[in-house]
Design a protein around this ligand. Structure first.
Ligand code: HEC
Length: 156
């Protein structure tokens, strides 16, 4: 094999590896930013749905359980931290409010994500037991939003 051909073969092998879904390769920055905004919007939608029911703005008690389950699923560690693992600071054209602090202080970000999951699991447990009756029980969940969005400065 000529040297040029072997280089081409190596480049081709690398490009095939980069396309393999089994490997955790970085995504296009715009794709991962869009994905993570969708992840966050889903969390916001479920938390707000529960709040609307518990505050009595809408009379849908039967929807408490499914919404609580969806909130617990959407705050799963693989869902949140998976969406942010790739450092996109200064990359892509998609609008993002994620700050560089996320990747500078990843341990704190991961802890905030786990704390939100724990709070959501408590809410889901109460709902499954038919004991989710007051907006106050949602407060630990909303407190966790503030940890990332304000206290830790993970969001502009
Ligand atoms: C582990 C940290 C963390 C926690 C906890 C967290 N968020 Fe976020 N959230 C972020 C970051 C970072 C962004 C910015 C994402 C971006 O623009 O790329 C964001 C963005 C959002 C957005 C805007 C999405 C968009 O389309 O731009 C909403 C809505 C949102 N979060 C809702 C919530 C709610 C509601 C909670 C609590 C139930 C919550 N988040 C908890 C880190 C967090």
């Amino acid at each position: 094999m000529t040297r040029r051909l072997s280089l081409l073969t190596a480049a081709f092998a690398m490009s095939v590896m980069a396309c393999s879904p089994a490997m955790a390769q970085d995504a296009d920055p715009d794709a991962i930013i869009k994905y993570r905004k969708g992840v966050m919007s889903a969390i916001g939608a479920k938390a707000n749905a529960l709040a609307a029911i518990l505050k009595g703005d809408v009379n849908l008690p039967d929807a408490l359980g499914p919404n609580a389950e969806a909130l617990a699923a959407s705050t799963n560690a693989a869902v949140i931290t998976g969406a942010f693992r790739q450092n996109t600071d200064g990359q892509g054209n998609e609008r993002t409010t994620a700050t560089a602090k996320i990747w500078e202080d990843w341990d704190r970000f991961e802890k905030a994500s786990n704390d939100l999951q724990a709070a959501a699991l408590e809410v889901n447990k109460a709902a499954a037991a038919g004991e989710l009756t007051s907006f106050d029980q949602l407060k630990p969940v909303f407190a966790q939003c503030g940890v990332c969005h304000k206290d830790a400065g993970f969001r502009d």
